[in-house]
Write a protein that binds this ligand. Sequence first.
Ligand SMILES: Cc1cc2nc3c(=O)[nH]c(=O)nc-3n(C[C@H](O)[C@H](O)[C@H](O)COP(=O)(O)O)c2cc1C
Length: 533
Amino acid sequence: MGGAFEFAGDGTQAGTHMVEPAGGAMAWPLAQRAAVYRAIFERRDMRHFAGGEVATAVLHRLLLAAHHAPSVGFMQPWRLIRVRDAALRQRLHALVEQERQRTAEALGERGAAFLRLKVQGILDAAEVWVVALAEGRESHVFGRRTMPFMDVASAACAIQNMWLAARAEGVGLGWVSIFEPAAVAAVLDMPAGALPIAILCLGPVERFDDAPMLQQAGWAQRLPLAEVVFEDRWGRPCAWVGRAPNPRDLVAAVQPGCADMGPRRIVCLTEETTEWLYLLGQEHRIVGISGYTVRPRRARQEKPRVSAFLSAKIDQLLALKPDHVFGFSDLQANIAAELIRAGVAVTVFNQRSVEQILAMLAQVAALVGCSDVAAGHLAAMRARLQGMQEAVAQRLAAGQRRPRVYFEEWDEPLISAIRWVSELIGIAGGEDIFPELATQPHGKDRIVHDPQEVVRRAPDVIIGSWCGKKFRPERVAQRPGWSDIPAVRHGQVFEIKSADILQPGPAALTDGVEQLHRIITEWMDRHGHDRTV
Ligand SMILES: Cc1cc2nc3c(=O)[nH]c(=O)nc-3n(C[C@H](O)[C@H](O)[C@H](O)COP(=O)(O)O)c2cc1C
């Protein structure tokens, strides 16, 4: 039951001063403060229930908690209806089911993924309660003249109170809002003007998950705190957010097992591990990065740059007193050897395929004690790739064909796509014209010795990503014989920045593959049905 918390990307870090009460003498004792945060961080929206019942005394406390919520002008707009009649429950369930189908249609490409989500537990929950806004709200002008929806905000506070109290009571609660309000109002004989906003499913559950179900399913991720907090102007960051002490430490103080672990002074010799640690909210562990790092942008400002790809400033690097160094590939073997001899722990990954990238990300996350948080991100990446494949399959079923894609990693000599790029081209809807080269791990083995071979393989799309150098499509078009290539004839020559696709980490599996998918599906829209291009 419960246990570790999900703090995905909240950007906070461990701090020893956490237990100091912010409010001085007015603050509660440590254990009580911890209990409040525990309820907040362990509350979950529940859709799976274990039958049973909720004792009347518990229900009574939950209702009191709801009724003690804040409300605009103290209007207390909430009305709570217990649904005991099994036939009524069935009708509510049917209304939700109806709206679920409509929502799926409205979601378009994501509709199928949405239908796989469980979005209600109306038939299984011990209790069903409907929360509605009372009629006659027009008379409440205080706080609602410019924002009449403050009544909904107030009722949401009541539901949140109930949600937190239910978690502390060990009772699961799920908020279902997928319904047509007028239909629910009619089922429950509500007066004109009353507005149902929630069907609450309530009852015993087998477990509370550590992370939101929608996160585990890869539907959405919690945003980093720094992304939603501004100072003075919209979009202007608030400097200390993300560096604030972590409330998790307060909870950990009374509940062992949530403490920070793993290396605390990491040097990342390549970009992908840096990006990943930032995504995990673990950037405070990084003490040095690669000079090529651009993701996230702020890493360049925040961290010393101590390495190129093939070389590193070993003295400077050691002066940072790293307790772990992450590297990539046999090309960094010499740097790694020097560091190991100097007594540093070094992990050098050698991921080449999409699966190997995902495995590397899971291993890095485990090293810094973030497996749970990582699982959500990885599930989201997998889900997006799967969604892309499904969208491509639909296009193929509708008679479109995959474009032949030539991906150029370097121009002098020509080097074609590395394995993960080749795989991502396939996932995004294309077909790599040099699949036999993609399996070669080393650039020298992916050289296209005869440029006329590209002409012969007649790619429909050419994508350049000249490893750190600006791509020049006009030069590609000027190569002898290349003006006959369909991609050149139809202006289908594009660049994807190497930072987005040639790093075997989060970038390639998110922004990189999205760009591939956009280029490829735009080609399919225009030429996918045309067999002669
Ligand atoms: C206003 C509101 C309406 C919601 N409606 C639904 C719903 O219809 N079905 C559902 O499965 N979850 C619903 N949820 C739950 C959210 O999906 C959930 O809060 C979110 O995914 C985060 O997960 P967590 O609550 O477990 O932290 C709703 C939540 C809110 C605040």
